[in-house]
Unconditional design. Structure first.
Length: 251
Protein backbone atom coordinates (compact mmCIF):
# COMPACT_ATOMS: atom_id res chain seq x y z
CA UNK A 1 0.00 0.00 0.00
CA UNK A 2 1.01 3.60 -0.63
CA UNK A 3 -0.52 6.21 1.65
CA UNK A 4 0.30 9.91 1.44
CA UNK A 5 -1.09 12.23 4.10
CA UNK A 6 -1.11 16.05 3.92
CA UNK A 7 2.15 16.18 1.91
CA UNK A 8 3.62 19.65 1.50
CA UNK A 9 6.60 20.93 -0.44
CA UNK A 10 7.93 24.45 -0.90
CA UNK A 11 10.89 25.90 -2.76
CA UNK A 12 11.67 29.02 -0.77
CA UNK A 13 8.47 31.08 -0.73
CA UNK A 14 6.93 29.07 -3.56
CA UNK A 15 4.41 26.51 -2.27
CA UNK A 16 4.19 23.66 -4.78
CA UNK A 17 2.40 20.93 -2.83
CA UNK A 18 -0.25 22.23 -0.45
CA UNK A 19 -1.45 19.15 1.39
CA UNK A 20 -1.63 16.19 -0.99
CA UNK A 21 -3.50 13.05 0.08
CA UNK A 22 -3.43 9.73 -1.77
CA UNK A 23 -4.00 6.05 -1.01
CA UNK A 24 -3.15 3.32 -3.53
CA UNK A 25 -3.43 -0.43 -3.37
CA UNK A 26 -0.44 -2.41 -4.54
CA UNK A 27 -0.78 -3.38 -8.19
CA UNK A 28 -2.83 -0.32 -9.18
CA UNK A 29 -1.99 1.75 -12.23
CA UNK A 30 -2.85 5.41 -11.82
CA UNK A 31 -2.25 8.47 -13.95
CA UNK A 32 -1.84 12.02 -12.74
CA UNK A 33 -3.00 14.71 -15.13
CA UNK A 34 -3.24 18.47 -14.83
CA UNK A 35 -1.83 21.75 -16.13
CA UNK A 36 1.88 22.49 -16.18
CA UNK A 37 3.11 23.82 -12.86
CA UNK A 38 0.41 22.10 -10.83
CA UNK A 39 2.88 20.02 -8.80
CA UNK A 40 2.62 16.66 -10.56
CA UNK A 41 6.34 16.03 -11.07
CA UNK A 42 7.26 17.41 -7.66
CA UNK A 43 4.78 15.03 -6.07
CA UNK A 44 6.22 11.85 -7.56
CA UNK A 45 9.79 13.06 -6.96
CA UNK A 46 8.84 13.36 -3.28
CA UNK A 47 7.63 9.76 -3.31
CA UNK A 48 11.14 8.45 -3.99
CA UNK A 49 12.82 11.28 -2.07
CA UNK A 50 14.50 12.93 -5.04
CA UNK A 51 12.79 15.94 -3.49
CA UNK A 52 12.44 16.07 0.28
CA UNK A 53 8.94 17.10 1.39
CA UNK A 54 8.62 19.78 4.05
CA UNK A 55 5.70 18.25 5.92
CA UNK A 56 3.25 15.36 5.87
CA UNK A 57 3.69 11.60 5.86
CA UNK A 58 4.47 8.94 3.25
CA UNK A 59 3.89 5.24 3.90
CA UNK A 60 5.16 2.67 1.39
CA UNK A 61 4.41 -0.80 2.72
CA UNK A 62 6.25 -0.86 6.07
CA UNK A 63 8.42 2.20 5.29
CA UNK A 64 7.32 5.42 6.99
CA UNK A 65 8.72 8.79 5.92
CA UNK A 66 8.03 11.82 8.08
CA UNK A 67 9.81 15.12 7.42
CA UNK A 68 12.15 16.59 8.43
CA UNK A 69 13.91 13.26 9.15
CA UNK A 70 15.28 11.34 6.17
CA UNK A 71 17.71 8.70 7.53
CA UNK A 72 20.05 7.25 4.92
CA UNK A 73 18.72 3.76 5.65
CA UNK A 74 15.15 4.85 4.86
CA UNK A 75 16.24 6.60 1.66
CA UNK A 76 18.04 3.44 0.52
CA UNK A 77 14.98 1.29 1.29
CA UNK A 78 12.77 3.62 -0.73
CA UNK A 79 15.15 3.69 -3.71
CA UNK A 80 15.27 -0.13 -3.80
CA UNK A 81 11.48 -0.38 -3.75
CA UNK A 82 10.58 2.58 -5.98
CA UNK A 83 11.87 2.86 -9.55
CA UNK A 84 11.76 6.04 -11.63
CA UNK A 85 11.51 6.73 -15.35
CA UNK A 86 12.42 10.33 -16.17
CA UNK A 87 11.23 12.48 -19.06
CA UNK A 88 14.84 13.23 -20.06
CA UNK A 89 16.00 9.56 -19.98
CA UNK A 90 19.00 10.26 -17.67
CA UNK A 91 21.26 7.71 -19.37
CA UNK A 92 25.05 7.71 -18.94
CA UNK A 93 26.34 8.94 -22.33
CA UNK A 94 29.64 7.05 -22.01
CA UNK A 95 27.93 3.69 -21.35
CA UNK A 96 26.31 1.44 -23.93
CA UNK A 97 22.65 0.48 -23.61
CA UNK A 98 23.70 -2.78 -21.96
CA UNK A 99 26.02 -1.01 -19.53
CA UNK A 100 23.37 1.58 -18.65
CA UNK A 101 21.02 -1.19 -17.53
CA UNK A 102 23.70 -3.31 -15.86
CA UNK A 103 25.42 -0.62 -13.80
CA UNK A 104 22.69 -0.32 -11.17
CA UNK A 105 22.48 -4.07 -10.77
CA UNK A 106 26.19 -4.16 -9.93
CA UNK A 107 26.50 -1.02 -7.78
CA UNK A 108 23.18 -1.16 -5.92
CA UNK A 109 22.29 -4.85 -5.84
CA UNK A 110 25.83 -6.20 -5.82
CA UNK A 111 25.36 -8.56 -8.76
CA UNK A 112 28.42 -9.89 -10.53
CA UNK A 113 29.28 -8.30 -13.88
CA UNK A 114 28.29 -11.40 -15.83
CA UNK A 115 24.96 -11.77 -14.01
CA UNK A 116 24.17 -8.07 -14.38
CA UNK A 117 24.96 -8.06 -18.08
CA UNK A 118 22.87 -11.19 -18.63
CA UNK A 119 19.86 -9.62 -16.89
CA UNK A 120 20.41 -6.33 -18.72
CA UNK A 121 20.32 -8.12 -22.08
CA UNK A 122 17.14 -9.91 -21.04
CA UNK A 123 15.33 -6.69 -20.15
CA UNK A 124 16.54 -4.85 -23.22
CA UNK A 125 15.13 -7.68 -25.30
CA UNK A 126 11.80 -7.25 -23.50
CA UNK A 127 11.61 -3.63 -24.64
CA UNK A 128 12.56 -4.49 -28.20
CA UNK A 129 16.23 -3.51 -28.15
CA UNK A 130 18.02 -6.85 -28.41
CA UNK A 131 19.92 -5.52 -31.44
CA UNK A 132 21.04 -2.30 -29.70
CA UNK A 133 23.01 -3.65 -26.72
CA UNK A 134 26.30 -2.11 -27.84
CA UNK A 135 24.88 1.24 -28.93
CA UNK A 136 25.65 4.39 -26.99
CA UNK A 137 22.79 6.81 -26.23
CA UNK A 138 24.00 9.26 -28.89
CA UNK A 139 23.37 6.54 -31.49
CA UNK A 140 19.84 5.77 -30.28
CA UNK A 141 16.64 7.62 -31.08
CA UNK A 142 14.78 9.35 -28.27
CA UNK A 143 12.25 6.52 -28.19
CA UNK A 144 15.02 3.94 -27.97
CA UNK A 145 16.74 5.86 -25.18
CA UNK A 146 13.51 5.95 -23.18
CA UNK A 147 13.09 2.22 -23.70
CA UNK A 148 16.60 1.69 -22.32
CA UNK A 149 15.57 3.78 -19.31
CA UNK A 150 12.46 1.65 -18.82
CA UNK A 151 14.53 -1.55 -19.08
CA UNK A 152 16.96 -0.14 -16.51
CA UNK A 153 14.08 0.49 -14.09
CA UNK A 154 12.46 -2.91 -14.62
CA UNK A 155 15.76 -4.75 -14.17
CA UNK A 156 15.98 -3.45 -10.59
CA UNK A 157 12.73 -5.31 -9.78
CA UNK A 158 10.94 -2.45 -8.05
CA UNK A 159 7.47 -2.94 -6.61
CA UNK A 160 6.52 0.63 -7.57
CA UNK A 161 7.37 2.45 -10.80
CA UNK A 162 7.05 6.22 -11.12
CA UNK A 163 7.02 7.72 -14.61
CA UNK A 164 7.44 11.47 -15.01
CA UNK A 165 6.11 12.57 -18.41
CA UNK A 166 7.87 9.65 -20.13
CA UNK A 167 6.97 10.85 -23.64
CA UNK A 168 7.28 14.63 -23.30
CA UNK A 169 10.85 14.78 -24.66
CA UNK A 170 10.02 12.69 -27.73
CA UNK A 171 9.14 13.65 -31.28
CA UNK A 172 5.47 12.86 -31.98
CA UNK A 173 6.30 9.89 -34.21
CA UNK A 174 8.29 8.26 -31.39
CA UNK A 175 5.61 8.60 -28.71
CA UNK A 176 3.71 5.52 -29.87
CA UNK A 177 6.64 3.13 -29.46
CA UNK A 178 7.25 4.21 -25.87
CA UNK A 179 3.57 4.13 -24.95
CA UNK A 180 3.42 0.58 -26.31
CA UNK A 181 6.24 -0.48 -23.98
CA UNK A 182 4.62 1.25 -21.00
CA UNK A 183 1.34 -0.49 -21.82
CA UNK A 184 3.14 -3.83 -21.64
CA UNK A 185 4.84 -2.89 -18.37
CA UNK A 186 1.63 -2.03 -16.56
CA UNK A 187 -0.28 -5.04 -17.88
CA UNK A 188 2.37 -7.76 -17.65
CA UNK A 189 4.33 -6.84 -14.52
CA UNK A 190 3.00 -7.03 -10.97
CA UNK A 191 3.98 -3.49 -10.06
CA UNK A 192 2.22 -0.39 -8.86
CA UNK A 193 2.57 2.34 -11.49
CA UNK A 194 2.11 6.08 -11.08
CA UNK A 195 2.35 7.94 -14.37
CA UNK A 196 2.42 11.71 -14.80
CA UNK A 197 1.25 12.32 -18.34
CA UNK A 198 -0.37 14.73 -20.79
CA UNK A 199 -1.43 11.78 -22.96
CA UNK A 200 -5.08 11.78 -21.87
CA UNK A 201 -6.27 9.02 -24.18
CA UNK A 202 -3.46 6.79 -22.96
CA UNK A 203 -4.31 7.58 -19.34
CA UNK A 204 -7.92 6.70 -20.08
CA UNK A 205 -6.88 3.36 -21.57
CA UNK A 206 -4.42 2.02 -19.01
CA UNK A 207 -5.38 3.54 -15.66
CA UNK A 208 -7.37 2.02 -12.84
CA UNK A 209 -7.80 5.57 -11.55
CA UNK A 210 -6.93 9.04 -12.80
CA UNK A 211 -6.05 11.95 -10.50
CA UNK A 212 -6.49 15.54 -11.63
CA UNK A 213 -4.03 17.90 -9.92
CA UNK A 214 -4.13 21.67 -9.90
CA UNK A 215 -2.41 24.26 -7.71
CA UNK A 216 -0.68 21.72 -5.52
CA UNK A 217 -3.62 19.48 -4.58
CA UNK A 218 -5.63 16.64 -6.06
CA UNK A 219 -8.89 18.25 -7.12
CA UNK A 220 -10.66 15.11 -8.26
CA UNK A 221 -9.97 11.41 -8.79
CA UNK A 222 -11.81 8.41 -10.10
CA UNK A 223 -11.90 5.63 -12.67
CA UNK A 224 -11.33 6.92 -16.23
CA UNK A 225 -14.90 5.98 -17.14
CA UNK A 226 -16.11 8.48 -14.55
CA UNK A 227 -13.51 11.24 -14.46
CA UNK A 228 -13.26 11.64 -18.23
CA UNK A 229 -17.01 11.27 -18.83
CA UNK A 230 -18.65 12.88 -15.79
CA UNK A 231 -16.16 15.14 -13.96
CA UNK A 232 -17.75 16.85 -10.98
CA UNK A 233 -15.38 19.75 -10.29
CA UNK A 234 -15.39 22.91 -12.38
CA UNK A 235 -11.57 22.97 -12.54
CA UNK A 236 -11.52 19.42 -13.92
CA UNK A 237 -14.20 20.24 -16.49
CA UNK A 238 -12.34 23.32 -17.67
CA UNK A 239 -9.09 21.40 -18.08
CA UNK A 240 -10.67 18.49 -19.95
CA UNK A 241 -12.64 20.83 -22.21
CA UNK A 242 -9.34 22.06 -23.67
CA UNK A 243 -8.19 18.59 -24.71
CA UNK A 244 -11.21 16.34 -25.24
CA UNK A 245 -14.06 16.70 -27.73
CA UNK A 246 -17.19 18.05 -26.11
CA UNK A 247 -19.08 14.82 -26.76
CA UNK A 248 -16.52 12.79 -24.77
CA UNK A 249 -17.72 13.99 -21.40
CA UNK A 250 -20.61 15.74 -19.70
CA UNK A 251 -20.16 19.36 -18.62
Amino acid sequence: MIKVTDLKKSFGDLEVLMGVNLTLSMGETVSIIGPSGSGKSTFIRCLNLLEKPNAGRIEIDDIVIEPPNFPAKIVQQVRLKVGMVFQSFNLFPHYTALENVAVGLMTVKGFSKSHARSLAAEYLEKVGLADKLSNYPAHLSGGQQQRVAIARTLAMSPTIILMDEPTSALDPELVHEVLSVIREVVTEHTVTSIIVTHELNFAKEISDRVFFMDKGVFVEAGPPSELFVRPTKDRTKAFLAKFLPNDDFTI
